[in-house]
Design a protein around this ligand. Structure first.
Ligand code: C2E
Ligand code: MG
Ligand code: MG
Ligand code: MG
Length: 287
């Protein structure tokens, strides 16, 4: 009896390992295929001001959309791109496309504020990162102050001293820096005050239950207070309803992103979306 159960468990383990490996190979080959045929796209999600309900900026989010194939989410292919080293190529293409789009939109007065691009660990640790980014900005004609780079708390805390050096170099070019997914890693306050960053992005996990969970509300209040004491602005991620937006505004959080305002959209749809001014419901404005 025991023996057969052990046998099944072993068999199951092998099967799932195998499925996992097959899936990874599939995703990797799709990614290589997309890089070769230029199927990577950049979508943009609007960032809004909670104070006056205006669009104030945007975040670039990569999409792997191969004609006729299932869509693979960045949550799945970015870690794999990171492991295989393909992230360097992916990252440069995203940055280049983003700078090109942003330059055109700024020139045509279609967009205000900054565009944020996510940087992964491997990109962040490239020895010539700043030079590569400066080259792309120059080639695409986008002044550095229109660009913001989002780096996760986890990545900078892996080697905080090195991270401070890299971030300082980037910041000296005029690029803005944001700490992404804040609250999910382990930042030490001692480092936080030394990071040359301008913005904290509070992870969606703290926003999800902000109306019902007092603990989450208190956490967000503390993070906002601390950020402001350090001279940083705060963005709440994953805002999906006006109740959350109202609570966040009450806690003095100045910016938000989330499906309530806009999904990540293709460049064309993004422009169309933000051409209609945001309207908050009366109840929100009255409170
Ligand atoms: P992130 O940078 O924290 O981006 C926020 C993620 O939350 C995005 O998922 C966005 O589509 C999603 N999101 C935004 N608002 C809402 C909401 O109201 N509800 C929910 N449920 N989700 C919301 P996405 O686009 O799938 O990207 C996932 C992660 O993949 C990103 O997290 C980022 O870490 C990474 N990523 C995406 N694009 C790039 C890229 O170009 N380069 C690098 N290195 N990483 C990227
Ligand atoms: Mg981000
Ligand atoms: Mg995030
Ligand atoms: Mg994230």
């Amino acid at each position: 009896h025991t023996k057969s159960r052990g046998g099944n468990a072993y068999h199951f383990f092998n099967e799932s390992m195998n499925r996992n490996a097959v899936r990874r190979l599939h995703v990797e080959s799709q990614l290589r295929h997309a890089l070769k045929h230029n199927y990577l796209q950049v979508h943009y999600q609007a960032k809004v001001s909670l104070k006056d309900h205006r669009y104030v900026g945007l975040e670039a989010l990569v999409r792997l959309d191969i004609p006729g194939a299932e869509v693979i989410s960045p949550a799945e292919f970015i870690p794999l791109a990171e492991e295989t080293g393909l992230i360097i190529d992916v990252g440069e293409r995203v940055l280049r496309q983003t700078c090109r789009d942003m330059r055109n939109w700024i020139a045509a007065d279609q967009v205000t504020g900054r565009v944020a691009v996510n940087l992964s660990a491997r990109q962040f640790l490239q020895p010539d990162l700043t030079q590569r980014i400066k080259t792309i900005l120059a080639e695409e004609g986008l002044p550095p102050h229109y660009l913001e780079l989002e780096i996760t708390e986890g990545v900078v805390m892996e080697n905080p001293e090195r991270a401070i050096q890299i971030m300082s170099e980037l910041h000296q070019t005029g690029i803005h820096l944001a700490l992404d997914d804040f609250g999910t890693g382990y930042s030490s306050l001692a480092y936080l005050k030394r990071f040359p960053i301008q913005t904290l992005k509070i992870d969606k996990a703290f926003i999800d239950d902000i109306h019902s969970a007092e603990r989450d509300r208190n956490m967000v209040a503390s993070i906002v207070g601390m950020a402001h004491n350090l001279g940083l602005s705060v963005v709440a991620e994953g805002v999906v309803d006006y109740q959350q937006a109202q609570i966040l505004a009450g806690l003095n959080c100045e910016y938000a992103q989330g499906y309530l305002y806009a999904q990540p959209l293709s460049g064309e749809k993004f422009l169309e979306h933000i051409s209609t001014p945001l309207q908050a419901p009366k109840s929100y404005l009255l409170n």
